[in-house]
Design a protein around this ligand. Sequence first.
Ligand code: NAP
Length: 277
Amino acid sequence: MKRACVIGWPVAHSRSPVIHRYWLKLYGLDGAYEQEAVRPEEIEDFLHSLGQRGYEGANVTLPHKEAALAGADRPDAAATAIGAANTLWLDDKGLLHASNTDAYGFMTHLSAEAPDWNKGKRPVTVLGAGGAARAILHGLLEAGASKILLTNRTEDRAKALAQSFGSRVSLIPWGDRNRALAGCGLLVNATSLGMTGKPPLDLDLSALPLDATVPDIVYSPLQTPLLAAAKARGNRTVDGLGMLLHQAVPGFERWFGVRPEVTPELRAYVAAHLGAS
Ligand SMILES: NC(=O)c1ccc[n+]([C@@H]2O[C@H](COP(=O)([O-])OP(=O)(O)OC[C@H]3O[C@@H](n4cnc5c(N)ncnc54)[C@H](OP(=O)(O)O)[C@@H]3O)[C@@H](O)[C@H]2O)c1
């Protein structure tokens, strides 16, 4: 039996088991997907013993994504550029490979829902400078975004991100975020604002062009206040669940040998688990 797991501290909140166990059952595979709660001081040893523990590989969630990159023998270009890994697999020589599939997940869902998101090469506004924002910046720049306006409450975090991604990223003070919407073709919420239990995102959409697309990577609730407000004024919206589902695809294929599909049935199944509609 092939086995994979998600490693985190804590780990119980992870949605990965719901997705991977759905696929294991759907494709009738002899496999298992488990949860491993690993303390920060134990992560290095755990990664070294992944194979001895019987795992083909793993997903990695907070707070271990940087440690997963540091502990890998073969990080790929995405993990290196993003500075964190969320997907690990062992090769037949026992070398530990690492990738970050968040950018892939975000871009795959965006391209499916809004294939023309970069039409006219208008600026993209990104809110947030945490781990997810870093992956999204990488994905957007790789896909040809010509100008990204980045804004974050803690300016130093945005500065660090802008410095590592180069001249196509410009900083907008958090206090001026409403003005950053004028003329943009894509507005991405990569903060945790709007998530259940977090404060709402305070943003005035008046300056946002009506033909701009608005992805929110928060997936609980599925319809965030930002998405509801954007939809109400006629903007196309993209929710965060698609990113979550698509980012799981490469890992499952590595561990279990089948490239799984993201279908409306999977979406409905995971949405029901999230308690979302
Ligand atoms: N759909 C998906 O597959 C997917 C994948 C990854 C993450 N996510 C979601 O994306 C969100 C961000 O995740 P992350 O890993 O990037 O988290 P993170 O590293 O903790 O970053 C959180 C971001 O939210 C901002 N923020 C938090 N509270 C704020 C407040 N009160 N006012 C203004 N800004 C605030 C932070 O700003 P500061 O820098 O100023 O603190 C930072 O930019 C989470 O809701 C997560 O669930 C979704």
